[in-house]
Design a protein around this ligand. Structure first.
Ligand code: FES
Length: 613
């Protein structure tokens, strides 16, 4: 099974994360009043209710309900704390999370729950590896029983997956479990055993039942693996503000799974900022009580049917095609740099970048006929006629403009102009600073040469002609912070431009190139060495192992959720050394500040990193 989301889904999540407004949701305060007040409020209700019951001020049923609801509500900070989203300080995060966990499961710390919860995130829907799966897949009665005794289910799962914990962690975990048992033994053998049962054991059962039901049992469709279908593996619940408040934002639990660094009080804003992007992802909507059924999740239509609306020969070798929707539906929108898969026929599928020239509700591509190629472009040139219908995928974008660019340098070789042109159109529309260098052997063969040479484009675009693209050593500007270089063309041409850019001071992670694979790494993995500053330990990371796995194998625990560079959970601080960033989460500023993601990023070359671990 793949351990990464489908490339298009990765790209969509990365696109959402890069929006500046969304990005700001991931910046955490040191002390979040929403978390602290929740903890204090729940403790107050729990303790106050018990005292008032003992003084015969409140009836038992009321105290049972308010205490049960408090135990349910106080689960939220530990849930957030597993991802480090309670506080930007790791120590504060774990302290608040562990304090909040005590009324629920005394003795247990965030560290133990983090292990269970991140395994759930990594393997959502997998019957063997998701600790919450039995909460989801049992029948209605089994689900309620599992929910009511969820800590026993989790303990059972934990004891069957002990091998993943280091000896030290096992000792800590088993100490926590022992404390939990002792807590019961001591109280049940004390003169206050009856009060203990009434004021804590029964409310705890009620609270855990609600927690497990609302946070897990109803949230995930049976048999849908998050790694395969991240947008369908977690539900969204209708019901407006009331349901959202009663569910403490878990009616938008999908936000938590897609963006686990979000604290609960920001799910709704995150949803507002991402709902347009997620509009055509066939999300699974439901109502909380509707989950006692388990309807099959909807499936996302695999392709779109389009009609060839226009064909234009723009060079002797290149045709431009405009596709319109074959039905009355709108075609999904896309961002500059996106591409579509075109089902050419006879099982041939080819990727073509969208030029952005045809405007809304149209897809335009330009195809160079490659007679010596694998047949896709030749088939398109020979078979596509105006009015013909064909299948295309939804747009995917693995070549996006960075939102925080102060200046963009766009460089294309030959037909590589197609995504570069869409970027130029987008940058021009938002009056952003950019320059475009379109390279080719001769002008007649250079797609869109007339357009780029027109008066309205001359300010931004330059044409370079020559057998190696015609670029001069000083064509590219010297690198400055805030600059990005976007590159598309034949492999040899791109290597040439990268070499020119390196001579002008461009770091590798400021150069973005078109790639139809999700892995943004340009090169091969090489082994490297990390030194852990706090212990002085030195760990070798082999070429076939991630930094995260190498650390885990040595018992150095770094929390990780998505393990594909999308969520930021595994970020750690680099004190020395040069990083080859391969994630899609960290901003340029965070990278400059020394952060890296341990799940996908590596040292540059065979270098050495010194980490703040
Ligand atoms: Fe999500 Fe590394 S675990 S970015």
């Amino acid at each position: 099974m793949s351990h990464t989301y489908p490339a298009a889904d990765q790209a969509l999540i990365a696109h959402i994360i890069r929006k500046p407004a969304f990005r700001s949701l991931l910046e955490l305060p040191l002390f979040a009043w929403q978390e602290i007040l929740l903890v204090l409020g729940c403790y107050t209700v729990l303790l106050g209710g018990s005292v008032l019951y003992m003084q015969d001020v409140l009836p038992y049923l009321l105290v049972l309900c308010t205490s049960g609801l408090s135990i349910y509500a106080i689960f939220t900070p530990p849930h957030d704390a597993t991802h480090g989203s309670v506080s930007r300080s790791h120590a504060v995060n774990d302290l608040i999370g562990s304090l909040a966990a005590q009324p629920m499961v005394p003795g247990v710390t965030v560290s133990l729950y983090r292990y269970l919860h991140l395994e759930h995130h990594r393997h959502t829907g997998d019957p063997d590896r998701d600790p919450d799966e039995s909460l989801v897949s049992s029948g209605p009665v089994g689900r309620l029983l599992n929910a009511a005794f969820v800590e026993l289910k989790w303990t059972h799962w934990y004891l069957n997956h002990l091998e993943k914990r280091s000896v030290r962690e096992r000792f800590q975990d088993l100490t926590s479990l022992l404390l939990y048992v002792l807590w019961h033994v001591v109280w049940l053998n004390s003169p206050y055993a009856l009060e203990f049962v009434l004021l804590w054991m029964l409310p705890q059962r009620l609270g855990l039942l609600i927690v497990a039901y609302l946070f897990a049992a109803i949230q995930h469709p049976v048999g849908v693996l998050e790694q395969a279908r991240p947008f369908q593996a977690t539900r969204m619940f209708r019901g407006g503000h009331l349901v959202r408040i009663l569910m403490l934002s878990q009616s938008q639990h999908l936000m938590h799974h897609l963006f686990p660094m979000l604290p609960y009080y920001r799910y709704n804003t995150a949803w507002k900022l991402s709902r347009d992007d997620l509009a055509d992802q066939a999300l699974i909507w439901d109502t909380p009580m509707g989950r006692l059924r388990q309807p099959a999740p909807q499936s996302r239509p695999a392709t779109l049917t389009v009609t060839v609306e226009r064909i234009e020969s723009i060079t002797p070798e290149v045709n431009a095609y405009v596709f319109a929707p074959a039905t009355g539906d709108m075609l999904p929108a896309y961002d500059a740099g996106a591409h579509i898969d075109v089902h050419v026929g006879a099982g041939l599928i080819r990727q073509y970048s969208l030029t952005g020239l045809a405007g809304r509700n149209r897809y335009s591509i330009a195809v160079k006929r490659e007679d010596q190629g694998r047949g896709g472009s030749r088939a398109l040139h020979e078979q596509l006629v105006v009015g013909k219908t064909l299948q295309v995928s939804r747009p995917r974008n693995l070549f996006q403009l960075q939102p925080d660019d102060q200046h963009a340098v766009l460089v294309s070789g030959g037909i590589g102009i197609t995504p570069i042109l869409s970027m130029a159109l987008a940058l021009r529309e938002r009056a952003a600073s950019f320059e475009l260098h379109a390279c080719g052997r001769d002008r007649d063969m250079l797609p869109f040469a007339e357009l780029l040479h027109s008066a309205e484009w001359r300010k931004h675009a330059r044409l370079w002609l020559g057998s190696d693209g015609g670029l001069q050593p000083d064509t590219l500007p010297a690198f400055e912070p805030g600059y990005s270089l976007y590159l598309c063309g034949p492999a040899g041409f791109m290597d040439h431009v990268r070499a020119l850019a390196a001579n002008r001071g461009w770091p590798a992670d400021a150069i973005h190139s078109e790639a139809f694979q999700a892995d943004p790494a340009n090169g091969q993995n090489t082994p490297f060495t990390v030194e852990l500053a706090r212990s002085g330990r030195v760990i070798e990371v082999p070429a076939n192992t991630t930094l995260l796995d190498a650390l885990n194998q040595q018992g150095i625990r770094v929390a990780a959720s998505c393990v594909q560079g999308l969520c930021g959970t595994c970020r750690c601080r680099v004190l020395e050394g040069s990083v080859e960033h391969r994630d899609q989460f960290l901003s340029r500023e965070e990278r400059a500040a020394g952060l890296m993601t341990a799940c996908v990023s590596r040292a540059s070359g065979s270098g050495r990193l010194r980490l703040d671990l």
